[in-house]
Write a protein that binds this ligand. Structure first.
Ligand SMILES: *[C@@H]1O[C@H](CO)[C@@H](O)[C@H](O)[C@H]1NC(C)=O
Length: 423
């Protein structure tokens, strides 16, 4: 058989066997409740509702799970036929919309082993993969990519920035059997690389040779004092001298004022500390480089990417200001299929959604402008008789602002705790 024929056959076989393991777009009303299981691990988890939000591309298709209570943990999950990603690509994809201008909260999914107890899912439940955006204040705006390897969670070493606006965004993680990965946002690559390089799954390949030591006579000074140079004899001068131009004031009374002394001024001839000229060190050997040897503890592993029994996708996260909508969950082994579905769902939504938001923003801005105008007219009328009251109002406003900030920093703490829980 010709090589081309073989390649063609392999491609054909691959596309035939492309598989969608999980797809959830919430298109059948309340039926999602039969597919998603709320955790009972805590009694006060926040409630997810089915909603398209305040602006959308399509009132029905854009319905997704929306967090509906502020300052809550959320924990719900859906199960699918367990599978292993051995020898295949694994694609995890979903959309997130933080239409509430999120201050602090998770927008990520966790993918669990099939034996996870959904009714008891919580921050410490063992997961295979955690993927998606996380925002807290101004400092944390990143995409998590965490893999569990031999019982330990490993965070990606690269910083991937997430979207922080109020529109829907498509997040895609691709994990390949050749141990490469790719992260896409809105169907565009934002990061890629290899598991070995971008996570610390394995000990380093090489280590500093413990037997090697810098020789004692190793000279790593590039420059040295010029031995020929010496301090000029007239170098040392006082730093300050009596001002030669100062004169004793006419009315100076030695009995009353004591002996007159001229004030001190900086000496123009003062040259500071003498330092010898620097010359190239003839014995310079360069910086000593510690020789490396193969790390005896490094054992390559071609199966870091492999998960035995993937079976549950969950939302297990904390949010301060609720309103995030999760939609278009997809787990497949086909990169192209995922891109297609991303285009059909998020791709079809994004423009009309943006337009609707723009229109709402315009209306709000006009209302705001009119309110300000009305207020200004009112204030101008009252200006003379009501100055004190206005001052009082401003102070109250400031107090409220401070309170908001305090609440946010408290939530920061809570989120950090939650993060710690997960790591
Ligand atoms: C998805 O949409 C983008 C932008 O329109 C396009 O470049 C890309 O080819 C599409 N992907 C697929 C698989 O159709």
């Amino acid at each position: 058989m010709q090589v081309f024929t073989i390649i063609a056959l392999v491609f054909a076989a691959c596309s035939v066997h492309a598989k969608v393991f999980f797809r959830e777009e919430f298109l059948d009303g309340d039926e999602w409740r039969s597919r998603w299981v709320d955790s009972k691990h805590k009694s006060d988890y926040g409630e997810f509702k089915l909603a398209a939000g305040n602006f959308y591309g399509d009132a029905e298709k854009d319905k997704g799970l929306q967090s509906s209570q502020d300052a809550r943990f959320y924990a719900t999950s859906a199960r699918f036929e367990p599978f292993s990603n051995e020898g295949k690509s694994l694609v995890i994809q979903f959309t997130v919309k933080h239409e509430q201008k999120i201050d602090c909260g998770g927008g990520y999914v966790k993918v669990f082993p099939s034996d996870m107890d959904q009714t008891d899912m919580h921050g410490d439940s063992t997961y295979y993969i955690m993927f998606g955006p996380d925002i807290c204040g101004y400092s944390t705006k990143k995409v998590h990519v965490i893999f569990n390897y031999k019982g330990k969670n490993h965070l990606i070493k690269k910083e991937i920035k997430c979207k922080d606006d109020e529109l829907s965004h498509l997040y895609t993680l691709i994990l390949n059997p050749d141990q490469t990965y790719e992260v896409k946002i809105d169907n565009e690559k934002v990061e890629s690389g290899t598991l070995e390089e971008d996570w610390d799954f394995l000990p380093p390949k090489t280590i500093k040779d413990p037997e090697a030591k810098k020789p004692e006579d190793w000279d790593d000074r590039a420059k040295i004092d010029d031995p020929e140079d010496s301090k000029p004899e007239d170098w040392d001068k006082a730093e300050n001298i009596p001002d030669p131009d100062a004169k004793k004031p006419d009315d100076w009374d030695e009995d009353m004022d004591g002996e007159w002394e001229p004030p001190m001024i900086p000496n123009p001839e003062y040259k500071g500390e003498w330092k010898p000229k620097q010359i190239d060190n003839p014995n310079y050997k360069g910086t000593w480089v510690h020789p490396e040897i193969d790390n005896p503890e490094y054992i390559p592993d071609a199966n870091i990417y492999k998960f035995e029994s993937i079976g549950v996708l969950g939302l297990d996260l904390w949010q301060v200001k609720s309103g995030t909508i999760f939609d278009n969950f997809l787990i497949t082994d086909d990169v192209k299929e995922a891109e297609d579905i991303g285009n059909e769902t998020w791709g079809a939504t994004k423009e009309p959604e943006k337009k609707m938001k723009q229109e709402q923003d315009d209306v709000k801005r006009k209302e705001e402008e009119e309110r300000t105008k009305a207020q200004e007219t009112e204030e101008a009328d009252e200006e003379d008789d009501d100055d004190e009251d206005e001052g009082g109002e401003e102070e109250e406003d400031e107090e409220e602002d401070t309170k908001d900030e305090e609440e946010l920093s408290e939530s920061d703490e809570a989120a950090k705790l939650q993060d710690k829980d997960e790591l």
